[in-house]
Design a binder for this molecule. Structure first.
Ligand code: KIV
Length: 275
């Protein structure tokens, strides 16, 4: 049986994503489990299994403790739920920075064990050689520049980038070097609109913005943030739903029903007849 007959929906490829530079904006969201991936898939070009999973699913304070095993487990679930979108899995802190060889061994494991189509790395300029090494060996790489959450410990928190001329130049260098090294797309996080414009003009591949204005070639958000699951969200997030309010109302109604013996009611009880 061919791959096409097993999955009649054509999966978006990294070549498709690259071809969208300057075209219709790319729609991207994070996903961490199969049922959510199934809901997002028809509407999205890219589903990112972000290491934000550590914070929004596992309740961690930052992404540093996220492991390769966690990413593989969530990556497998998302690949099961997504038929059409390109699935990208984040390489977690400590899984790619030591050497290109370390990065290749771990990225190959991610692709082999999840069935995802690409990996993402947070890309200081020093990571460009690793991106090149991975791409030359058949690993499609999405880069991530600007605010890099895995640098939160070193930088004392999550801070927007590009406040000084030196910092602007550094972010531009990160993007240019990732492009030159062969990344197929670049996430640009937490930069002002003029810097996002400059980066988007400077690179040959699509930029995907998060807190980086509509000047990018596409957008990504952390899905639980845009669905309104938390009290607090960063300023750049638009809340498209109030999942927190809906969940609280539903759980309160359930608790009241159970306490009043209204649930289960006649419609929710098995009646076994003629046994
Ligand atoms: O981990 C993540 O969810 C990400 C997005 C913020 C782009 O890297």
């Amino acid at each position: 049986m061919s791959a096409q007959s097993q999955n009649p929906v054509r999966r978006i490829t990294v070549t498709d994503i690259r071809a969208r530079k300057g075209g219709d904006p790319l729609v991207c969201l994070t996903a961490y489990d199969a049922p959510t991936a199934r809901l997002l898939d028809p509407h999205c070009d890219v589903l990112l299994v972000g290491d934000s999973v550590g914070m929004v699913v596992h309740g961690l304070p930052n992404t540093i403790p996220v492991t390769l095993e966690m990413m593989i487990l969530h990556g497998q679930a998302v690949v099961r739920g997504a038929q059409r979108a390109l699935v990208v899995v984040d390489m977690p802190f400590g899984s790619y920075e030591a050497s290109p060889e370390q990065a290749f061994a771990n990225a190959a494991r991610v692709l082999r064990e999840t069935g995802a189509q690409a990996v993402k790395v947070e890309s200081g300029v020093y990571i460009a050689d690793t991106i090149r090494y991975l791409v030359q060996r058949g690993v499609p790489v999405m880069a991530h520049v600007g605010l890099r959450p895995q640098a939160a410990l070193a930088e004392g928190g999550f801070k927007a980038k590009g406040r000084s001329a030196a910092e602007r130049d550094r972010v531009l260098d990160e993007a240019r070097s990732a492009d030159a090294a062969g990344a197929f797309a670049i996430v640009v996080e937490g930069v002002a609109e003029d810097l996002a414009t400059e980066i988007t003009r400077a690179v040959s591949v699509p930029t995907i913005g998060i807190g980086a204005s509509a000047q990018c070639d596409g957008q990504i958000l952390v899905t639980p943030d845009m669905l309104g699951l938390f009290d607090w969200t960063p300023r750049f997030v638009k809340r498209y739903a109030d999942l927190k309010g809906l969940t609280e109302d539903a759980v309160k109604a359930y608790a009241e029903d159970v306490r009043a013996r209204r649930f289960p009611g006649p419609d929710e009880v098995y009646r076994i007849t003629g046994a």
